[in-house]
Design a binder for this molecule. Structure first.
Ligand code: CMC
Length: 435
């Protein structure tokens, strides 16, 4: 298509009649974006989009979401196929490198990851600085940020080999840090990684084994954990990924950027939701209390939300939630859990919400966190660790998005605008004259 024939959007200022043509940019899939980069030069205005719901901030070839159709693709592959036909480490390779690996590429990648599963022995002392009752997300934030002080050999973000090494280190060390954060809270001894185990298996081993006795990881639980990791691996330009990109746009090192992502993920509207789901189920207490709770959720003044429901992008269903619901059944079956009261409340909430006009009209469906909390609880993982697991899984998405951004020739620091609503310019009186 010639330059002249490219579709544009014309934006006209009604009061002056001045206008600008914003070229319409299209990717391989998805909604086109009007390129408004000349709008200030041409019209002297900015655009306003708090929450960035209608704003594209980057080009990306990693993940695609169609929220209306309930589609999630990584490198073009549907999440349903990834969750049933591949493993987390295969997906890690694809997110980082552009396509799913061959067996040889995967073997080499996993070998490289295994070189980096251990933590520097000095890092163990960091944990002692935290209170035993510290939230493991605060430990994760602190320790991941501190990795920058251990790897000065790989912090030059302009060198591709440094970027790749940092990515491997982060993905490989995250399960070790997460398991240490958990064990620290109980005073259990730290368990070194076992490189003869798979990624998810090794994580469960570091979490639950004791040096004093043998420990077998259940293959069903290891597979469920691997699936949870796959389902959380990346999710396009969500709040924590955008935080990683924004921090990275300044040239900050990748460990610092991922620590920023962890902080953003912590909030209950984002990664903290699965922890919040379990707290909510606890507060509801019994099936009899559900109608009162639903009434509170519908009352705008109560500030209460049905946690694990709704999504900024998915307005049909969350494809991850469907797979998670199936995994939930498998895990509960494997563990022989048939009469869990929280599960009963969750299922009843789901039933009511899916048929209630309030939720139907607003297109509020269960999201991935609604079921993941129940599965993780059944596996014996404490609620405070739920968001840690999310962060562990999402690290590959964050670092892949960071790498993609840093590798763009046009990288610019992220710097949004504002509508200023404060005092106009005024003269400052010395303190004695201010009355
Ligand atoms: N419970 C009750 N009402 C809700 C909920 C909910 N969970 N979510 C949205 N609404 C209502 C909201 O009050 C509003 O109603 P109205 O139009 O009458 O004012 C309408 O639905 C639209 O809500 P919104 O706040 O504009 O939606 P959003 O896109 O800004 O919020 C969300 C998305 C995920 C933050 C929100 O749905 C929510 O807070 N959900 C609960 C927390 C949760 O489960 N988060 C996990 C998200 S999935 C994991 C991840 O990707 O991080």
């Amino acid at each position: 298509m010639s330059e002249a024939a490219k579709p544009t959007v014309t934006i006209t200022l009604d009061d002056t009649g001045k206008s600008t043509k914003a070229p319409l940019l299209s990717g391989t899939l998805g909604t086109p974006c009007a390129d408004i980069r000349k709008i200030y030069a041409d019209l002297g205005i900015f655009t306003f989009d708090p929450g960035y719901g209608e704003t594209g901030a980057c080009e990306s070839a990693i993940t695609y979401i169609d929220g209306d159709q309930g589609i999630l693709l990584h490198r073009g592959y549907p999440i349903e196929q990834l969750a049933t036909k591949s493993t987390y480490t295969e997906l890690c390779y694809a997110l980082l490198n552009g396509d799913m690996p061959t067996t040889a590429q995967h073997d080499a990648f996993v070998d490289e990851l295994k070189n980096h599963t251990m933590l520097h022995e000095q890092m163990r002392h960091f944990f002692n600085g935290f209170r035993r009752d510290a939230h493991p997300m605060s430990i994760l934030c602190g320790v991941v940020g501190a990795l920058s002080s251990f790897y000065h050999d790989s912090l030059d973000i302009n060198k591709p080999e440094h970027r790749s090494l940092s990515a491997l280190r982060l993905i490989a060390k995250m399960p070790t840090i997460a398991a240490y954060a958990y064990r620290y809270s109980f005073g259990f001894p730290f368990v070194y990684p076992r490189n003869d185990l798979g990624f998810a298996e090794n994580f469960l081993y570091m979490m639950f084994s004791m040096p004093s006795e043998p420990y077998e990881v259940s293959p069903v639980l290891a597979r469920a954990m691997d699936r949870i990791l796959i389902l959380h691996a990346d999710h396009e330009q969500n709040a924590s990924t955008s935080t990683v990109r924004l921090a990275g746009s300044t040239g900050a090192n990748p460990f610092a950027c991922i620590a920023a992502g962890i902080a953003a993920l912590w909030g209950p509207a984002h990664g903290g939701a699965n922890e919040a789901v379990l707290k909510m189920l606890d507060e509801i207490g019994s099936k009899d209390n559900i109608p009162d709770f639903i009434a509170k959720v519908k009352d705008k003044n109560s500030g209460v939300r049905l946690m694990g429901f709704g999504h900024r992008v998915y307005k049909n269903f969350d494809p991850r939630a469907k797979i998670m619901q199936q995994t939930c059944k498998e895990v509960l079956g494997e563990l022989g859990i048939t009469d869990d009261p929280q599960l009963e409340i969750a299922m009843e909430l789901e039933r009511i919400a899916l048929s209630d006009d309030y939720f139907v009209q607003r297109k509020l469906y269960p999201n991935v966190d609604f079921y993941s909390g129940i599965i993780l609880k059944a596996m014996g993982i404490p609620t405070s660790m739920f968001t840690v697991l999310f962060a562990m899984a999402r690290t590959v998405g964050w670092i892949s998005q960071w790498k993609e951004m840093v590798e763009e020739p046009t990288l610019r620091i992220g710097r949004p605008r504002q509508i200023y609503t404060g005092a106009p310019q005024r003269d400052l009186k010395p303190i004695a004259e201010r009355g």
